[in-house]
Design a protein around this ligand. Structure first.
Ligand code: GTP
Ligand code: MG
Length: 195
């Protein structure tokens, strides 16, 4: 998909601050620093609309990016970062639960994992939670530019096994650096947004 218009419309920590126009949404989920914001930038071909950082914990609010005036990507703070203060972590749970459990126009969740590593306990919990809520999930195994080609297949299979990936869900190898997987990801996202 060609993105001709992109803007950060809202940063929210509570339901009352979410956009009210009822456009369909795709949300990101994943460990802190895994590459969620970089994923958004690569998909929409903007270098730094979504703020990224080599320091974990960059994204701290739900950020609603409106695209082509027709849908949103929702960038979400990552989980599993130990150095975030206890007070911050306490806020994170309710903020995420309120979003994932109440957002009617959420069409699918992109769960970003790191292709170099096995899914963490938090990744497995997150996937199970999203399935419990009946959200379709696209697993994006990112940073393929960091592993040897030959190892990709076994990494993907291991992730499928450990997450216990549903038959309706899909896993796509991806790199924000090379753009690998971008077209395939868009095909799935468009399917969930507009069908
Ligand atoms: P939080 O907002 O802290 O939850 O992090 P995030 O998941 O949004 O991660 P972000 O996109 O900020 O990326 C974290 C780091 O990983 C940055 O240094 C990125 O440049 C790097 N990175 C992200 N995607 C890729 C990728 O596909 N390949 C490589 N080599 N590096 C990547
Ligand atoms: Mg981020």
């Amino acid at each position: 998909m060609k993105i001709t218009h992109a803007e950060l419309s809202k940063s929210a920590v509570r339901h009352i601050q979410y956009p009210k126009d009822e456009l369909p949404e795709i949300a990101l989920a994943g460990r802190s620093n895994v590459g969620k914001s970089s994923f958004i930038n690569r998909l929409i071909q903007r270098k730094s609309l979504a703020r990224t950082s080599s320091v974990p914990g960059k994204t701290q609010t739900l950020n609603f990016y409106q695209l082509n005036h027709s849908f949103y990507f929702v960038d979400v703070p990552g989980y599993g970062y130990a150095k975030v203060s206890k007070a911050e972590r306490k806020k994170w749970g309710p903020m995420m639960e309120e979003y994932f459990e109440s957002r009617a126009n959420l069409k699918a969740v992109v769960l970003v994992t790191d292709i170099r590593h096995e899914p963490s306990n938090d990744d497995m919990k997150m996937y199970a939670y999203l399935k419990y809520l009946n959200h379709p999930v696209i697993v994006v195994a990112t940073k393929t530019d960091k592993i040897k080609r030959g190892r990709k297949h076994s990494h993907l299979n291991r992730t499928i096994q450990l997450l216990d990936l549903d038959r309706e869900d899909t896993i796509i190898p991806f790199s924000a650096v090379t753009g690998e997987g971008k077209e395939q990801v868009w095909n799935h996202i468009e399917h969930y947004l507009f069908s």
